[in-house]
Design a protein around this ligand. Structure first.
Ligand code: NAP
Ligand code: GDP
Length: 362
């Protein structure tokens, strides 16, 4: 029997990779996208299937998670075997500017999904995209038993979804799981997140379109992994015999400054000439240091990261240079070929998605 998956946030970084992974596994993939007056489907345009395509396996629906009107009917109609709830206002800095909205989307949407599942009577497994930001100021390394001390409205909203997922698992016996994922990046990462801001900034500098860009706190420490590996583990989490929560990360930590130096060094540019600090990018409160202890995932799922910090930097810089039509050093491309080669390859995963044609969902 063909398995059916419903992905919220299918137009996002993770949602787009997950859609590719599940299609490669033979799933029928149903994705929720929100209506916008501008195009927001560039990350999935390369896998788009025209509604007239016979035997198509990718179906897209408009819907906004600020309300439950769409999601309830959709779950009843699609009857998915698995739901991956990834949609969120996912930017920490924005969550300080829009705390109420972030609560409504990032937090309450999880209540809407879980309630819709509960009332639909559909037997489905639910993955909730929780976040390492929930650990906040708790000293690293952080694991499943580490106390939560969130430092921003985004993290608080995720914590609401985390506990709700746990409560519905215990109280209503739903197969509901939290993936507590640490930062994961890729050429499809949103342009306002720091890693992509750096790799994209480098490509703009190389192309002569920009000479300088500005960043905030360069002392923050993060555990950065490669997003396609993280969507693989989302799938694995829902294939287990029992629902559970898992911390996912590389266990390797670097400062923002180190990311800047590594990326500029790889592109053979002097970061001192092109990067400056602007306090406008500081946050009212910072999450100082996130490092995953992913021992449980290693033991229970056999998961460990293939791509580490330096390789991630090389993949991202190569991709942004190529997207700009510039030659790249090429190590990133080689890494993908050697370490993936199956569902996730440079062509499609990187090239086509970056230069994707803009298209309306019919
Ligand atoms: P992302 O690129 O920001 O994608 C977020 C997705 O949610 C987009 O498809 C976005 O649609 C959609 N969305 C936002 N508001 C919505 C609304 N009101 N109704 C319906 N859809 C809405 O995030 P990501 O990096 O893929 O991350 C996926 C999930 O994992 C998020 O929940 C994020 O918070 C969480 N997470 C991410 C990381 C990470 O490092 N990437 C780490 C831990 C947890 P548009 O395309 O229209 O904006
Ligand atoms: P986050 O960990 O989910 O907040 O992911 P981000 O990529 O947005 O930020 C990672 C870290 O980089 C945080 O500690 C930010 O304060 C820091 N940072 C420093 N400069 C910038 C910047 O210009 N933009 C962003 N987004 N983050 C920055």
């Amino acid at each position: 029997m063909t398995k059916r998956a419903l992905i919220t946030g299918v137009t996002g970084q993770d949602g787009s990779y997950l859609a590719e992974l599940l299609l490669s596994k033979g799933y029928e993939v149903h994705g929720l996208i929100r209506r916008a007056s501008t195009f927001n489907t560039h990350r999935i345009d390369h896998i788009f299937q025209d509604p007239h395509t016979p035997d198509r396996r990718l179906f897209l629906y408009y819907g906004d998670l600020v309300s439950s009107e769409q999601i309830t009917g959709l779950i009843a109609q699609v009857k998915p075997d698995e739901i991956y709830h990834l949609a969120a206002q996912s930017q920490v800095k924005v969550s300080f500017d829009m705390p109420e909205y972030t609560g409504a989307v990032t937090g309450l949407s999880t209540a809407r999904i879980l309630e819709a599942v509960r009332h639909s009577g559909v037997t489905t497994r639910v993955y909730h995209a929780a976040s390492s930001e929930m650990f906040g100021s708790s000293p690293p390394p952080q694991h499943e038993e580490t106390p939560f001390h969130p430092c921003n409205p985004y993290a608080v909203a995720k914590l609401y979804g985390y506990w709700l997922t746990s409560i519905y698992r215990q109280g209503y016996h739903l197969f509901a799981c939290n993936g507590i994922l640490f930062n994961h990046e890729s050429p499809r990462r949103g342009e306002t997140f720091i890693t992509r801001k750096i790799s994209r900034g480098i490509s703009h500098i190389r192309a002569g379109k920009q000479d300088k860009f500005y960043v905030g706190n360069v002392n923050a420490k993060r555990d950065w992994g490669y997003a396609p590996e993280y969507v693989e583990v989302m799938w694995q989490i829902l294939q287990q015999d029992r629902p559970d929560d898992y911390v996912i990360g590389t266990g390797e930590v670097h400062t923002v400054q180190e990311f800047i130096e590594e990326a500029f060094g790889y592109a053979q540019l002097d970061w001192r000439r092109h990067v400056a600090v602007d306090p406008r990018y500081f946050r009212p409160l910072e999450t100082p240091e996130l490092i995953a202890d992913a021992g449980k995932a290693r033991r229970a799922l056999g998961w460990s990261p293939r791509i580490k910090f330096k390789e991630l930097v090389q993949i991202m810089v190569d991709a942004d240079l190529e997207a700009m039509g510039l030659p790249s050093p090429g190590a990133g491309k080689r890494i993908l070929r050697e370490k993936f080669g199956d569902w996730h390859q440079w062509q499609g995963a990187v090239q086509e998605a970056l230069s994707g044609l803009q298209r309306e969902v019919p």
